[in-house]
Design a protein around this ligand. Structure first.
Ligand SMILES: [Zn+2]
Length: 156
């Protein structure tokens, strides 16, 4: 590692410890040339998951974009920022666990809807109506039927 002060490429590691997130290692180094100390971080490189869209185009898995979509669907619903964050995290963990480098956008959408359905049904319907391209009104009604049946059971 080149020293940021004197540019000499000769240092010794004086301390290594896990970073706060558990995914990185923080190393304290001392330059052999000028004796000044500096810190480096090592991070596991994770290949970014590509989302393959219907037409075959790929775009990188965009955590923030999904989060924004969820926040929109959950607008004015009793859902905290933290719950949204957790939903995105569990989706992310699942996709990275099950898919090597590519995931069909359909799978991503379906899984997200399942998670959202558990979280909040109104938000789910909002999200589903935007995310999914319903071929006709019947598709939409089919989608809603099980939810409405469930709500009726719960209230009755
Ligand atoms: Zn130095």
């Amino acid at each position: 590692m080149r020293c940021p002060f004197c540019r000499i490429d000769n240092d010794r590691v004086i301390d290594s410890r896990a970073g706060d997130d558990g995914n990185s290692i923080r190393r304290r180094r001392e330059c052999v040339g000028c004796r000044r100390r500096f810190t480096t971080y090592e991070r596991v490189e994770r290949q970014l998951l590509a989302v393959i869209k219907k037409g075959g185009n790929a775009e990188p898995f965009d955590r923030d974009k999904i989060k924004r979509g969820l926040a929109k669907a959950c607008w004015k619903r009793p859902i905290t920022e933290e719950e949204i964050e957790l939903t995105v995290s569990s989706l992310e963990a699942e996709l990275y666990g099950n898919y090597e480098s590519e995931v069909p956008s359909r799978v991503l959408g379906e899984r997200l809807m399942e998670l959202l359905r558990v979280l909040d049904q109104v938000a789910f319907v909002r999200f589903a109506s935007v995310y999914r391209e319903f071929k006709d009104v019947r598709d939409f009604v089919d989608e809603l039927q099980p939810i409405l049946a469930e709500s009726n059971r719960e209230s009755g």
